[in-house]
Design a binder for this molecule. Structure first.
Ligand code: FUB
Length: 309
């Protein structure tokens, strides 16, 4: 009888816990996961890696033409809500570029704001602009705004709203930049500032800021050798100054890039990141993953060891 009770107890525990299986999405390549908790589900807004095609994109490089969003009530069962923003529906984006790199999404006053980089059309300018698309639901439909955000050129936008309602945008353009956003979430409210208190070299992309117990954590991929290591720095203000905190995840031997987001879901913190599980020989076709993450009592983050496939 006691064995039987033990088995029932184990099955009950399995039923109430959430388990992620890596990689999270098997049906397509996904990268740069921006995970958010909206209501009782996790929504992940990743990049969507594809291959270059004739006249579109660049062979052997990152190629992305659109974004999907995925949701899950338990980190195991994922629903693909389909394409939410497509390059050829963004009128300022160069549709030959296939350069819809790492996005982010945030909720404010019942609206969902999706931020994405794309290469601007040659008649508008050069390099990456940052667009905003707006929806009434986390899964869309999203309506892209007719122009990119003025004064913010770069990649990998990340948006954070502080407890006092002030929103901030972080992005990368050779360095990591931060600026305040206006309440409309589509215009800068301050001049972008380089976060100069971060490592001087090897820090080119992927900022993601979150707050926990009054500490602002700026997380970022840092490359010293060939592949990116996830690190973090801590501050008492969303604009810094930041002080180096430590390593969140060591480099992968096979995948040049890594790109993170951190969320708390049902009382457990998770690190979302990517590897190239489904494409071991080509690391520009990546797959998103998630693993549990733990804090020490002093607020520092314990290193996350990626689970094996
Ligand atoms: O996905 C393209 C680029 O690779 C992202 O923008 C970077 O963060 C890196 O993951």
């Amino acid at each position: 009888l006691s064995k039987y009770l033990l088995l029932i107890g184990f099955m009950a525990a399995m039923a109430t816990h959430t388990y992620a299986q890596n990689p999270l999405i098997m049906s397509q390549f996904t990268a740069d996961p921006s995970a958010r908790v909206f209501g009782d589900k996790v929504y992940v807004y990743p990049s969507h890696d594809i291959m270059a095609t004739k006249g579109h994109g660049r062979a052997g490089w990152f190629n992305m033409a659109d974004y999907h969003v995925f949701s899950s009530p338990n980190l195991t069962d994922w629903t693909d809500h389909g394409v939410i923003v497509s390059q050829n529906k963004v009128n300022w984006a160069d549709s030959s570029a296939y350069a819809m790199w790492a996005p982010d999404c945030i909720a404010r006053n019942g609206k969902y704001y999706f931020y994405f980089p794309a290469i601007v059309k040659p008649n508008i300018g050069r390099g990456f602009g940052i667009g905003v698309a707006i929806a009434d639901k986390p899964q869309g439909p999203f309506v892209p705004q007719p122009e990119p955000i003025k004064g913010a050129l770069g990649i990998d936008p990340n948006v954070f709203i502080d407890k006092d309602g002030q929103a901030y945008i972080y992005y990368a353009q050779g360095n990591i930049y931060a600026a305040k956003l206006k309440e409309n979430m589509m215009e800068l409210a301050s001049e972008p500032k380089i976060l100069g208190d971060l490592p001087e070299k090897g820090l080119k992309e992927g900022p993601y800021l979150f707050e926990r117990k009054g500490i602002y954590y700026l997380t970022y991929p840092h490359v010293e050798n060939k592949t990116e290591r996830l690190e973090y720095a801590m501050a008492s203000n969303p604009m810094g100054p930041f002080k180096f905190g430590g390593v969140i995840m060591k480099e992968s031997p096979n995948c040049w890039t890594n790109h993170q987001s951190l969320i708390e879901f049902k009382g457990q913190w998770y690190l979302f990141y990517h590897r190239n599980d489904l494409s071991p020989n080509f690391d520009k076709n990546r797959s998103i993953r998630a693993d549990s993450l733990f804090f020490n009592t002093d607020g520092t983050i314990r290193e996350v060891i990626p689970t094996l496939r």
